[in-house]
Design a protein around this ligand. Structure first.
Ligand code: FAD
Length: 357
């Protein structure tokens, strides 16, 4: 019998999961209308060079592979330009190089001259950098819509701008979702609601703790082609989009930034970041920030993804680095729901089950 699934959330996680579930024959409805929208604000870096432990690295490396599978089916814009990274001291750099090599992850140690050759626009190139040639960046603003459209081609339906108030239950089983206008039934509900997930899970007494991680990210006025790679620098993470605009999270070391609140106004924060950007790229002229976006990053309390069943009929997928991990998580969620995880898949998901909280 065809199973119906309601996915709450149409960011990268909900949209990519909708596609995978539609593929496995579910009758999928995606509903979204909460304030959360990390996906369209994201920096878009797809990487496994940042990780919290060995399993997390392996999941992220699998995430890069899943992106290549996804790109065969969905017309997403991902540029695999690689990343130059020098936001660490030389000792850390050597240790990271050794660790990534031991994992079998593509990594090269570049000299100052090699960095300069790859990025001639740098005002003063670092003494050396790591190069991660397999990493890339996705145009985040369009991503969720592209996955959703592919899911719709397979019959998925979308309800926009309707807020979900909670899950409905009967005899201990989740039976659907509640909206202000009434309940919508489904055989299964998947919470992919980003920072909205905690409140929804709490409606059935389940605790999914997230920590507050607000962020600003800026986009500059368009520039002539200047940067060839994603750059992870002590001045911040930057990359140039195909439009010529430079995208830059305002916090330095954005991925590991643990600030719980934003202390500066958006204009002050962006002005400071622009000073760092101009110091970094000597050739920037007549450049200013064109927009600053504030977004809440969905970061579980231990920093790691939360993926799995939370009740009979209810499932959750909430995580940071959702751009990197969206396609792999969507594949694993669809297999998990269908009871088709093989041993490798099961081992990959094991550290991230919700019952660890
Ligand atoms: C500034 C910034 C930079 C980032 N850079 C990167 C990066 O370079 N690489 C990387 O891998 N990750 C990055 N991330 C993290 C990444 O963006 C997120 O992990 C990812 O977008 C989360 O996707 P999501 O689908 O879970 O949530 P979201 O994109 O936040 O989507 C949540 C969805 O749930 C819906 N929703 C919520 N509550 C309700 C409700 N009650 N009823 C109905 N709908 C609801 C919303 O409407 C929305 O559709 C960055 C994040 C930020 C903010």
């Amino acid at each position: 019998m065809v199973q119906s699934a309601i996915i709450v959330g149409a960011g990268i996680i909900g949209a990519a999961t909708a596609l995978q579930l539609a593929r496995t024959g579910h009758r999928v409805t995606v509903i979204h209308g909460g304030g959360a929208d990390a996906t369209s604000a994201a920096f878009g870096w797809i990487n496994a060079s940042f990780f919290l432990n060995d399993d997390h690295h392996q999941l992220r490396a699998a995430g890069i592979a899943a992106w290549h599978r996804a790109m065969a089916d969905v017309p997403v814009s991902v540029h695999w330009q690689g990343c130059l990274c020098w936001d660490m001291d030389p000792q850390q750099r050597a240790a990271t190089y050794a660790q990534l090599q031991a994992f079998g992850y593509p990594v090269e140690m570049l000299t100052k001259a090699e960095v300069q050759m790859r990025e001639p626009a740098l005002a003063s190139p670092p003494d050396g950098a790591l190069f991660f040639p397999s990493e890339g960046a996705a145009a985040s603003a369009d991503l969720a819509g592209q996955f959703l459209a592919a899911a719709q081609d397979l019959g998925a339906r979308v309800i926009r701008n309707v807020s979900v108030m909670g899950l409905t239950t009967q005899n201990g089983r989740v039976t659907g979702i509640a909206t202000a206008q009434g309940a919508l039934p489904a055989d299964r509900v998947i919470l992919a609601a980003g920072t909205g997930t905690t409140a929804l899970a709490r409606s059935i007494g389940c605790e999914i703790p997230l920590v507050p991680r607000p962020a600003y990210i800026l986009r500059t006025t368009p520039q002539d082609r200047l940067l060839n790679h994603i750059l992870a620098t002590p001045e911040g993470e930057i990359r140039q989009e195909s439009s010529g605009q430079i995208l830059m999270p305002v916090a330095v070391a954005h991925q590991s930034d643990s600030a719980e609140s934003l202390m500066q106004t958006p204009t002050a924060a962006a002005d400071h970041a622009m000073t760092r950007l101009k110091d970094l790229c000597g050739r920037l002229e007549n450049v200013d920030w064109a927009e600053v976006i504030r977004a809440e990053r969905p970061v579980p309390a231990d920093g790691l993804p939360v993926v799995g069943a939370i009740a009979d009929g209810a499932y959750v997928a909430v995580l940071h680095s959702g751009i990197t991990l969206g396609p792999i998580i969507a594949e694993l969620v669809a297999k998990d729901i269908a009871g088709r995880l093989d041993n490798t898949d099961a081992a990959m998901l094991a550290p991230y089950r919700p019952d660890r909280f």
